[in-house]
Design a binder for this molecule. Structure first.
Ligand code: NAP
Length: 487
């Protein structure tokens, strides 16, 4: 028997089922903003705890059963699911859908793979229901105090949901960090790429830290001071800010720098891998995100690292660093440049996804709704919005006049950092791969011509010429004559 009275019917503006940390915080955020919030959880204890601990946050309508939960919602009903991703989400969707009517809206605010969202949306659309997969970024703190919200689904569903989501989202300069992203899985797609960019951001910060530590022998706290200083300039962002904080943290047990007592194996929940897998399928070179994701995999490759440690020589001679301040300045510029490339690549993936799946995504708006609430919130996102405002058809973010100017200023420093790391035997996968991408994308001519010739040699895959239309093949094992293949 639940320790709360049954809720009345047709009363709540919105409902949330799944009262673990994210769902309860989202429900509290809605209630604090004046919405009447129905709440529910599979096991009633969590619902009771929300009412007991936070019942005074606003108007909650708790239900023990899913029947009562659905009945307590005003029509057209809006129910947010915030449960474990995967099978549990499907199970809860089925439970809700069986009790809802055409026109009602089911929202999945968990971290779903966008292809699952597309599948679920199609199935619910056939029943006349709206299904909205929405990205919610900012972790538990964001869910409570203002996340960045990325809803997909129909425009019609956004008419109903948008005003509530925009009220509870983070707000920067009077603009909510929420907008309708696009149809069906667009919201979860954009959230996925957001997380991929987050991987690259975190890795490139870690590479700068590693070089300060190993090349300059700086302590964690000294490096923390550098990040705190960087956070006052172009690099100002949540991740740089918390990096400074983490590096200043002292371990209570040992008195050592906290970062020095953490095992150097980074975990991952999968959104970085999804971003890379999807990019591979779409043919988008998100090299910074990919290297950041693989860097976590390398860190976790324990048997391989043990087999290599003390066995594989560095054969490296670290060049002398005569001017330490100049080296740190180079690192700052390299970090900024690598970050610009990672974002440019991420936006390429969103554009490619939009093109492939037929979503009308405003890229400038995506940068705008990431300015607050989310993990990659940063000062320079404004510049991305401005770039897409200047040219909505911008093929490459780096080619925008502002970003071209910014990255140009960083190039010599970026090259020095990557060259130093390679010579010293220090790994910088994102610094290096983004620089390599930069040099590839701006190249007049790439060695892909030779790859294409090789493909034609062993697989008759044909090639195109620089001086004529059509596709051609060479009789490599015969007289080596060229024949046109396309008519
Ligand atoms: P979680 O640990 O992922 O999931 C726990 C919740 O799922 C509980 O309410 C649990 O109910 C419910 N649940 C599990 N299996 C169920 C089933 N078969 N049927 C019904 N309910 C079931 O919770 P979370 O950390 O709050 O995250 C919720 C969602 O938000 C996830 O999709 C997560 O990926 C996403 N997300 C999380 C964060 C974060 O920072 N944590 C950030 C963004 C997005 P019981 O209490 O009955 O077990």
């Amino acid at each position: 028997m639940a320790s709360f009275a049954p809720s009345p019917a047709d009363v709540a503006d919105i409902g949330v089922t799944g009262m673990a940390v994210m769902g309860s915080n989202l429900a509290r955020n809605l209630a604090r903003n004046g919405f009447k919030v129905a709440i529910h959880n599979r096991s009633v204890e969590r619902t009771e705890k929300v009412i007991a601990d936070h019942g005074s946050d606003g108007e909650f309508y708790p239900s023990e059963s899913i029947d009562d939960f659905v009945a307590s919602l005003q029509k057209p009903r809006v129910a947010i699911i915030m449960v474990k991703a995967g099978g549990p989400t499907d199970a809860v969707i089925d439970e809700l859908a069986a009790r809802m009517e055409p026109g009602d809206i089911i929202v999945d605010a968990g971290n779903a793979l966008f292809t699952d969202t597309r599948r679920r949306e199609e199935a619910l659309r056939a029943k006349g229901l709206h299904f909205v997969g929405t990205g919610v970024s900012g972790g538990e703190e964001g869910a409570l105090n203002g996340p960045s919200i990325m809803p997909g689904g129909t425009k019609e569903s956004y008419d109903r949901l948008g005003p509530m989501f925009e009220t509870i989202a983070a707000n920067v300069d009077g603009a909510p960090c929420c907008t309708h992203v696009g149809a069906d899985g667009a919201g979860h797609f954009v959230k996925m790429v957001h997380n991929g960019i987050e991987y690259a951001d975190m890795q490139v910060i870690s590479e700068a830290y590693d070089l300060m530590s190993k090349a300059l022998g700086m302590s964690a706290s000294e490096i923390g001071d550098v990040f705190a200083e960087w956070n006052t300039g172009d690099l100002e962002s949540f991740l740089i800010e918390i990096t400074a904080d983490v590096l200043h943290q002292v371990d209570a047990d040992t008195g050592k720098a906290f970062v020095d007592v953490i095992l150097d194996q980074a975990a991952q929940k999968g959104t970085g891998a999804w971003t890379v897998q999807t990019a591979l399928e779409l043919g988008v070179p998100v090299t910074g995100i990919a290297e950041a994701t693989f860097a976590r995999s390398v860190s976790g490759s324990v048997p391989q690292r043990e087999a290599a440690r003390g066995v594989l020589p560095a054969k490296a001679e670290a060049p002398e660093i005569a001017d330490r301040a100049a080296f740190i300045d180079d690192l700052q510029k390299a970090l900024y440049a690598a970050k610009l490339v990672s974002y440019s690549q991420g936006f390429d993936e969103i554009a490619a996804g939009a093109d492939h799946y037929g979503w009308d995504i405003n890229l400038g708006d995506m940068a705008r709704i990431w300015r607050g609430g989310c993990i990659i919130r940063a000062r320079f996102l404004d510049r991305i919005t401005e770039a897409y405002e200047r040219n909505g058809d911008l093929a490459l973010l780096l080619a925008d006049e502002y970003f071209t100017r910014e990255i140009t200023e960083c190039i010599p420093a970026w090259r020095r950092v990557v060259a130093y790391a390679a010579t010293a035997g220090l790994p910088v996968p994102v610094f290096a791969s983004t620089l390599s991408y930069y040099d590839s994308v701006r190249a007049e001519r790439l060695p892909a011509a030779l790859v294409q010739a090789q493909r034609d040699f062993f697989g008759a895959h044909t090639y195109r010429r620089v001086d004529a239309d059509g596709t051609y093949h060479i009789e490599w094992t015969g007289d080596r004559s060229q024949t046109r293949q396309d008519g």
